[in-house]
Design a protein around this ligand. Structure first.
Ligand SMILES: [Zn+2]
Ligand SMILES: [Zn+2]
Length: 321
């Protein structure tokens, strides 16, 4: 077995043998929000509710899901003060997908399973789109011989992470109350229900395509599935849809590695780095060489690589301060 830092097993069936079972909390949470988004939200539409939806979705996905949960908590691809880590990861909890430890486990199980020769269809999005949608948004996989997880004590023992892990669903109240007071039911439905459906549903949809079709720059030899870059979702996913790049360089804080791959999460990170708050950003050239990584694209020489840049806004803020 090809073990990762946090996931370990010596049983060759551990990534592939298991049953998909209905998960009541996950399913009712998603379907409840979907019902509200389809049948209640249109009647409560207003321009202000739409603005609330857009702003909250962008903030929670960019700062929370992409920069907080994925690039920081899970991959440790940059360093920042602890208060900033907690703010970012908290914004990630508000996306409405899972708590920090739940997200970390889900992500690392997939990451580990996809590197094996055999991997369950649930973990590599290997079924038809309808079946995969039902599975990912309403069910969990119970592996017969699950691997062992080693989660670092700084995450597992953190009182803050333990608290938001056990209350991740209830944390929506932190948004519901001010939204209701400021804009009534309309803001609640658009700012929570529609946002959760678009974020959680969009995450699944991109995950489905990112493991089935789309452009590939690299191939990981011996892996059960390859990642693909989903160009049309690159910008809206805050850079997360450059999934072929991520399979090639999982520890890189930059996901859109070329100038023609928009990566809003990286733009924010680059600005924070310019401000001096974020340090030690990891890029592909800082990661250990992988013998299993093969270049598939033939035009790499003509493409312009993205590099850390000076940020005008950061310079302006620094001068003003
Ligand atoms: Zn993947
Ligand atoms: Zn990842």
């Amino acid at each position: 077995m090809k073990n990762t830092e946090r996931v370990i097993s010596d049983d060759p069936t551990s990534a592939s043998v298991g049953d998909v079972v209905w998960s009541p909390v996950k399913s009712l949470w998603f379907l409840g929000n979907l019902t509200a988004a389809l049948f209640i939200a249109p009647g409560l539409f207003s321009m202000s509710a739409l603005a609330v939806f857009i702003v909250l979705t962008a903030i929670t996905l960019c700062f929370g899901h992409s920069l907080g949960m994925h690039r920081l908590l899970i991959h440790r691809s940059y360093e920042c003060p602890l208060w900033m880590e907690y703010v970012f990861v908290y914004a990630g909890v508000l996306v409405g997908m899972a708590g920090p430890i739940g997200m970390l486990k889900q992500h690392d199980l997939r990451d580990w399973a996809q590197r094996q020769e055999k991997c369950h269809d649930f973990l590599l999005h290997g079924s038809s789109i309808l079946k995969d949608g039902w599975w990912q948004l309403n069910c969990d996989l119970r592996l017969q011989n699950p691997p062992i997880f080693h989660i670092e004590p700084r995450v597992l023992k953190s009182r803050f992470y333990q608290f938001i892990e056990s209350t991740w669903l209830l944390q929506q109240i932190v948004l519901v109350v001010p939204l209701f007071l400021l804009g009534g039911l309309s803001w609640v439905v658009w700012g929570v229900c529609v946002r959760v459906v678009v974020s959680v549903g969009g995450h699944w949809l991109i995950g489905f395509f990112a493991h089935n079709r789309g452009q590939r720059t690299w191939r990981v030899e011996g892996a059960a599935v390859q990642g693909h870059n989903i160009r049309i979702a690159g910008f809206l996913s805050m850079g997360e849809a450059w999934h072929n790049n991520h399979h090639a360089y999982p520890g890189s804080a930059m996901l859109g590695l070329y100038k023609d791959e928009p990566d809003p999460g990286w733009w924010v990170l680059n600005a924070l780095h310019n401000l001096g708050i974020v340090k030690n950003i990891k890029l592909p050239q800082h990661l250990p060489q992988r013998s299993e990584l093969v270049t598939e694209a033939i035009n790499l020489g003509q493409r312009v690589q993205r590099v850390p840049e000076n940020c005008d806004i950061a310079t302006f803020i620094k001068r003003a301060g």
